[in-house]
Design a protein around this ligand. Structure first.
Ligand SMILES: *[C@@H]1O[C@H](CO)[C@@H](O)[C@H](O)[C@H]1NC(C)=O
Ligand SMILES: *[C@@H]1O[C@H](CO)[C@@H](O)[C@H](O)[C@H]1NC(C)=O
Ligand SMILES: *[C@@H]1O[C@H](CO)[C@@H](O)[C@H](O)[C@H]1NC(C)=O
Length: 231
């Protein structure tokens, strides 16, 4: 009797786990947007992972110095941007979803749209958006994205908000951030390790201080020696 009950409980737990998790995790591809051209060469560059919310002022303030650092280091440093739409930022999910929609249509337009949201953040959150309907906000976001990507994309972007796959992608971003223990924006990881002072902007000098020693020791022979040392 006890055994049957336990089996039943185990089965129910399994059913619950399958019905909750199976839709999302793991996703079919790794979360995130790669900055610049090409794909990510994970093991040959210093990898910065940034967790941003498009309507977060601290994310906005941290982007110019990070961008400057990326341009300084060129191919030695890569950026993988993850989105964490925070529940206490109005329209964070809608704007994050717009980034996924646009990234699917034209990946070169993703970062320009992120910069557009940063520049016009005040349009999307705070008291002045309190009376705006969800439909109205989506329409405004579609119009904004169209300005960046090009007017011929209006319908494609609008349809993107009807496509459950883009909702799914945005949920995966949220879940990925949560699974990494990220609870605010901006958060930065360098080669998989959390930068201290998470949640605030890091200035250009601070980026140089973090990355200079890493690219300085990037000669492959020395790396191999380090690897042996650590293994
Ligand atoms: C994709 O976006 C980039 C950047 O906004 C733009 O220069 C390019 O023309 C776009 N490509 C297409 C096919 O729309
Ligand atoms: C929102 O609506 C309320 C009630 O109609 C009104 O008093 C308030 O001024 C409106 N706020 C804005 C920002 O439009
Ligand atoms: C989105 O879906 C709704 C309901 O299925 C439909 O009425 C609407 O026309 C669709 N909008 C677009 C832009 O496809």
């Amino acid at each position: 009797m006890v055994r049957t009950t336990l089996q039943l409980v185990a089965f129910q737990v399994l059913v619950i786990l399958m019905s909750v998790g199976a839709d999302y995790i793991p996703p079919s591809r790794f979360d995130g947007f790669v900055y610049g051209k090409g794909s990510l060469n994970l093991l040959d560059t210093v990898l910065i992972e940034a967790f941003y919310d498009p309507v977060c002022p601290d994310s906005r303030d941290s982007w110019p110095p990070l961008k400057q650092a990326l341009h300084h280091y060129g191919s030695k440093v890569s950026l993988l941007l993850h989105l964490l739409p925070l529940p206490y930022h109005d329209n964070a999910f809608v704007t994050s979803r717009a980034l996924h929609i646009v990234n699917n249509l034209n990946a070169s337009a993703t970062f320009p749209l992120l910069e557009w949201f940063f520049k016009h953040q005040e349009k999307f959150y705070g008291a002045q958006t309190r009376n705006l309907s969800r439909d109205y906000v989506v329409e405004e976001v579609v119009k904004s994205a169209t300005q960046v990507v090009g007017s011929s994309y209006y319908n494609a972007i609008k349809n993107g908000f009807n496509d459950t796959n883009t909702d799914y992608q945005t949920r995966v971003s949220f879940k990925y951030a949560a699974s990494r223990g990220v609870y605010g924006t901006p958060f930065f990881y360098v080669n998989g390790f959390l930068l201290p002072d998470a949640g605030g902007a890091v200035d250009y000098k601070a980026w140089r201080k973090v990355i200079d020693p890493l690219v300085g020791s990037k000669k492959s022979k020395q790396n191999e020696e380090n690897l042996h040392f650590f293994l």
